[in-house]
Design a protein around this ligand. Sequence first.
Ligand code: HEM
Length: 533
Amino acid sequence: MGLTIGLLLALSFVVSLFALAFLIWAVSSRQMSFDQAQARTIFVAGEEGRPDDPGTAPETDEKVPHHYDPARAGIDSVSARPVTALLASAVSWLVLGSLFGLTASLKLHWPDWLDSAAWLTFGRVRTLHLTLVIYGWSSLGLIAIVMWVAPRMFHTKLRHPNLPIIGAVLWNVALVVGTVAIANGWTDGEEWLEIPWQVDILLAVAGSFFVLPLLRTAAARNVRHIYVTGWYWMAAICWFPVLFVVANVPYVFMGAEQATVNWWFAHNVLGLWLTPLAVGAGYYFIPKIIGKPIYSYSLSLLGFWALALFYSQVGIHHLIGGPVPTWVVTLSIVHSVMMFVPVIAVAINQHVTVAQNSWALKTSVPLRFISLGAVCYTLASFQGSVGAIRSINTVVHFTQYTVGHAHLGAYAFVSFTLFGAIYHMMPRVTGRAWPWPRTITLHFWLVVAGFGIYFFSLTIGGVFQGLAMLDATRPFEDSVTLLKPYLEGRSVGGALMTAGHLLFSAHFTAMLLRRSPEVPHPAPMATTPAVAA
Ligand code: HEM
């Protein structure tokens, strides 16, 4: 057994011991309670039954009286600065990352466009796009949600509120340096790990500044039970550093082993980082906006533990047909299919809660964003589990179908959840209403229509591409030329998505520049959890 595999196994063993200790603690301290009453942990006394959407619907709406909860003003005021710093950074990276994505897309059917400078070639622009939307927009945006929701959920103020600000500054410095490095052709050359490992050290240090505030706030909570969102988030904030550091260790993993570690990492960025953060956000915002607890609380905990058990080996399905041991690939396919369990648990909970309260979709655009994000999570996960099966994979592997699938998960699920959460949060963070509420609906339709065009173009084009590549009677060139209209379709969809992002960022900036009236902001006071401490 090679040193690296031995090292990985030893590390997995240590991590598993920690996980086992957590499970024992969860059972012994009755955190695994299957009592539906624990689903009410997120409410304060008197809050249940009252829809909660400060951002978009007029306060005068007779049918659904929206309400600002004064009880949380004190808690929100402590989180406001770190959350603003994190969100402002995330939104800036969204704009830049989308522009790089659109450029990369256009270059695939206008290959002569912008071909005079090395940093504008497809390979670099695509890499910049991926790096900025994942590490800039999605990661920082989701961390902002954690820093805002965790104190509310734990009914106590955020501990160490300056640490996330320092973390955000260092993270941004690492991303700026990483961007310049990639643009100049200095990369580690591994997908999702293109930022040079020397710069990744700074990113890892920056990330450590987010861990303590979450864990200390959880430890100081004023409710006994840790709501399911807390489980997802605390796990993610412990999983990601392990993944990131192991995958970045230089000069250890070589050849096929390097590819294995690369895909183990790359897929786990989705499954053990972005997914638990965004699913956890859905579990908070959906019942909170509707004003009713989640459909089945026991199912939600089952979903969390099933994700923890099954996800970590999923990534190797990217190497089906590659020069890695068959058992490693087969294990990954089995895990991929087993992911139906946690995904169905989340789907039943989140979709049934929304379906039983569909009236709320009419008044709350944030809820529309978040519940559509949840639907896209279900679809992306089902698509991923089915796509991992060898017979299907043979057709869609190495085609644009995979890029469509990646955007269903990384874009539609994560970004729609983020948009909805940000629209919900910002009036509380700034104490102001959104300046141009109608543009929120416009943003929604731009990105939904844009994404629909993007996804269906690549999914259909990808299947034709795969079938053409498998047909030994056709020249390879056929699989390239037939794609052109589908790639053009993707650019149209991507342009609409980018337009939506520009509109969103202008609106967000206007909000920060205080272009809207203040909402009545009651004096801070202590909160009383709906469930006894
Ligand atoms: C926040 C928004 C977005 C996220 C999270 C995101 C995520 C991703 C991911 C994960 C990939 C890698 C896919 C793979 O290799 O399988 C990717 C590639 C790509 N994305 Fe995006 N994306 C976003 C927005 C956009 C937009 C607005 C466009 C505009 C057209 C776009 C165009 C592209 C292109 C052209 C590629 C490269 C595909 C290839 O290698 O053939 N993306 N993106």
